[in-house]
Design a protein around this ligand. Structure first.
Ligand code: ZN
Length: 227
């Protein structure tokens, strides 16, 4: 197959030398830098350039469709930016007078770490105690996706799920636990293959009443019994 040089959509210096370092008084955290304006460059051309920088040839057969697939995949994995909890929940709230704990366990979650653009994934457990209304169960899983399908850190994801349930259902209490494996920890650096990160966020009665909190934690950490 004849090799053809990829014509960049816009002629721009992508060598990185145009980037300036700022904030030299900051010793903590990465230095802030401004980046060249690449807003006119096609997404897939940028992916092809990354492949080239990594030392591969974006024109070889196995990589020809990669920029397009990467764009589609990244847009899919970050579709939560275009969604809000109000949109997802819609009118799926129902009047209900009981005030027993509702627990949805083992909701699958896939997200992307904002520091390394690598996946983190695991399970979300959500509980709430209604105060006059309940939400359709399937909506809870969709709410998780609104926040998981973005560039995230696990702590913020946990908080956002809890806060959106708190605002949407207006329950007496809400509790969220996220257990996840982070590929940026597992695949690089320390390579701690089995370390799992667990985060929690609580509101209302789950904070105020230790018996409610204990019941939730007992139910979420109990060994799963097959149905
Ligand atoms: Zn990371």
């Amino acid at each position: 197959m004849a090799k053809k040089e990829l014509e960049p959509a816009v002629s721009l210096d992508l060598s990185g030398e145009g980037e300036a370092l700022l904030g030299d008084d900051e010793r903590r955290g990465p230095p802030r830098r401004t980046h060249a304006d690449l807003s006119g460059v096609d997404f897939q051309d940028m992916v092809a350039e990354i492949l080239r920088r990594l030392g591969d040839d974006p024109q070889r057969e196995g990589l020809l469709g990669t920029p397009e697939r990467v764009e589609k995949t990244l847009r899919y994995l970050t579709q939560g930016y275009a969604l809000s909890s109000e949109q997802v929940v819609g009118d799926a709230l129902f009047a209900e007078s009981h005030s027993n704990m509702i627990l949805v366990k083992d909701i699958e979650m896939y997200s992307m770490c904002e520091h390394h653009l690598l996946p983190f994934f695991g399970k979300v457990h959500v509980a709430y105690i209604p105060d006059g209304q309940i939400m359709g169960l399937s909506k809870i899983a969709r709410l998780v996706d609104v926040y998981a399908r973005r560039l995230q850190v696990q702590e913020r994801l946990t908080e956002q799920i809890a806060q959106s349930l708190w605002d949407t259902i207006r329950p007496q209490g809400v509790a969220v636990v996220v257990e996840a494996y982070h590929l940026c920890i597992m695949m690089r650096g320390v390579q701690k293959q089995n370390s799992k990160t667990i985060t929690s966020a609580m509101r209302g009665t789950f904070l105020e009443d230790h018996r409610t909190r204990d019941e939730f934690l007992r139910l979420t950490t109990s060994v799963h019994q097959p149905l």
